[in-house]
Design a binder for this molecule. Structure first.
Ligand code: SAT
Ligand code: MN
Length: 600
């Protein structure tokens, strides 16, 4: 027996009884296990093994066309009281939900193997790490968890006989009858999908989807939704943030944590290749940060993950060479093109493709059109690569340091084609909290069931806060009070501003280093700032544009603060904030009023 932990044994036995799988496999995270499952999935036709000389030990999968992204409409916070879930979440009564889901789970693993995955979010055995066990009937999930979390037999030892863990139950929700042939990507129809969180019990139940954050439960479900609720109770922070180290020509190190909604370039920024001499970026994480106040009073961040689950389309030698290098070997690709010569491809990869099999499994050539004359994309817009973080050439030597790295700078932002300038700095931490809490973004392919043109996405956590959004804001202000003058400086960026005729105003990618440099120089007091009603902005000549071909006219447009546009957006902000009712912190109201009066 791999464990004597009673909670674990009881839970696994109970789930086995309910789900009725053919057999149970206690996973150990070994290479042997990874190879065995890979081979089984290739043999059954569910996975394609890519050319071993071009991409050693790499697999490609195609999902069902109905199961391609997180489903926010089917994601629930099942707290005992509705008011504890708040207006940003779908609340559901836990007793009722357990009844519904128990019916769905009953017999749901028939004909399948049930895997028990021992994993740690955060370095194994570190005091900040959390132990989880994911039960799943998807071998695809096991393979991805091997990369994304620290899956290891050592977890059983760390758990011991009485240790606690976060139970994460997952099923694709597609039982197999005797003799029934499995589909390539089993899943359940949308109305049977549930991504459920029980924050009071630290429990996760997911049913019906095999994709990304719906199924790799250590990521959004545990490390964000459940962890954010724990962090609120315990006085730390679990945020949807990349973490990077920026070193200046004098060797001084700055640590930046940045929050952007899914598919807004977090992975690109985390691995940025600086275009300014002497400035160097190293990656610590690309999606999630857990942060605690250290003994010196500063805020320290760790990346709880072990890999990258990055958006494939658009990843190229030009946009993110470090991500491309990370997927050279030992990677998993989901919903990309498998080329005729058995390599991987996606749109805007920056390399030629003569054709292959598209994400739906059909023969495909670039430029192919459907009946309506619309171009058929080879890769799905939310197609992904799963790659070990250790394979990133610019991974920071401290990325697994259990003590974390001290954060100097917080960056917030979203995807906005107008209104928001390239960069502005908050007057102080509380103003920064207002900025983060009222951040808004145009939707992306990471969640396809989001209809609005523009949605408020506070701290890029709208889909990931495991409790009341008003309490979440209060928690941010309280962290600010605790950190005092050691709190990170806060900035807001927008890489995505366009001219009225749709041209990008800012080159983005490596050139974003120029904006990060300005932030560091602000923190050091080396550069000044212009005071505007919305915040502090670069003085003429102080944002390093050397060697960049950007006209004075475009620069002015990029930095423009249109007071009338901002005033118009205040009404939207007011309406948005009203939904938090009594739970809207007074400090938010004060910040809103201050901004309103500054705009005049
Ligand atoms: O599918 S995930 O939730 O892991 C990706 C994302 O939306 O960031
Ligand atoms: Mn994310």
């Amino acid at each position: 027996m791999v464990t004597k932990n009673k909670k674990l044994l009881d839970w696994v036995a109970e789930v086995e009884k309910m789900c009725n799988p053919n057999s149970v496999v206690w996973c150990d995270g070994s290479k042997e296990e990874y190879d065995r499952l890979s081979n089984e999935m290739v043999a059954s036709g569910m996975a394609v093994r890519l050319d071993e000389t071009k991409r050693p030990n790499c697999l490609a999968f195609n999902s069902d066309p109905s199961d391609v992204a997180r489903v926010e409409g089917r994601t629930y916070i099942a707290s005992l009281k509705e008011e504890d879930a708040g207006p940003l979440n779908n609340w559901i009564d836990p007793v009722e939900l357990k009844k519904t889901m128990t019916e769905l789970y009953t017999g749901c693993m028939k004909g399948r193997t049930m895997y028990v995955i021992p994993f740690s979010m955060g370095p194994l055995g570190s005091p900040i790490a959390k132990i989880g066990f994911e039960i799943t009937d998807s071998p695809y999930v096991v393979l991805n968890m091997h990369i994304m979390a620290r899956v290891s037999a050592k977890v059983y030892g760390i758990l011991g006989e009485d240790g606690d863990f976060i139970p994460c139950l997952h099923s694709v929700g597609s039982p197999l009858e005797e003799g029934q042939k499995d589909s390539r990507w089993p899943c359940a129809p949308i109305e049977k999908k549930y991504i459920a969180h029980f924050p009071e019990e630290n429990l996760i139940w997911s049913f019906g989807s095999g994709y990304g954050g719906n199924a790799l439960l250590g990521k959004k479900c545990l490390a964000l939704r459940i962890a954010s609720a724990m962090a609120y109770r315990e006085g730390w922070m679990a945020e949807h943030m990349l973490i990077l180290r920026l070193t200046n020509p004098e060797g001084k190190k700055f640590h930046i944590a940045a929050a952007f909604p899914s598919a807004c370039g977090k992975t690109n920024l985390a691995m940025l290749q600086s275009t300014i001499d002497g400035w160097k970026v190293e990656t610590i994480g690309d999606d999630i940060a857990w942060m605690k106040q250290g003994e010196d009073g500063r805020l320290y961040a760790i990346n709880p993950e072990n890999g990258f689950f990055g958006v494939a389309p658009g990843t190229s030698e030009a946009s993110n060479p470090m991500a491309l290098a990370s997927v050279n070997k030992n990677a998993i690709f989901t919903n990309c093109v498998v080329t005729d010569d058995n390599d991987i491809w996606w749109e805007e990869m920056g390399v030629e493709c003569t054709g292959g099999t598209d994400w739906k499994g059909n023969p495909w050539k670039p430029g192919m059109k459907d009946e309506d004359g619309k171009e058929i994309k080879g890769a799905h817009p939310n197609s992904r690569f799963t790659a070990p973080a250790s394979q990133c050439p610019v991974i920071c030597e401290d990325w697994e340091n259990p003590a974390g790295v001290p954060i100097d700078i917080f960056v917030f932002g979203g995807r906005r084609s107008n209104t928001i300038p390239l960069v502005h700095q908050a007057f102080d931490f509380s103003h920064g909290v207002y900025m983060g809490a009222t951040a808004a973004s145009e939707p992306t392919a990471a969640a396809l069931d989001v209809a609005q043109k523009l949605r408020f996405d506070p701290f890029a956590m709208k889909p990931f806060i495991g409790y009341h959004g008003g309490d979440y804001m209060k928690h941010w202000f309280e962290m600010g009070n605790k950190l005092g003058d050691k709190a990170p400086a806060c900035f807001y960026v927008n890489w995505f501003r366009k001219t009225s005729d749709g041209k990008w105003l800012w080159p983005g990618f490596g050139d974003n280093s120029r904006v990060l440099k300005w932030m560091c120089e602000r923190v050091e007091g080396k550069v000044g700032a212009i005071e505007t009603p919305i915040g502090l902005m670069p003085k003429e000549g102080e944002l390093d544009l050397s060697g960049l071909d950007i006209s004075a006219e475009d620069y002015a447009e990029l930095m423009k603060v249109d007071k009338e546009l901002f005033k118009a957006s205040l009404a939207e902000a007011e309406e948005y904030l009203a939904q938090f009712g009594d739970k809207l912190p007074d400090e938010m109201k004060k910040q809103f009023e201050n901004l309103k009066s500054r705009l005049g």
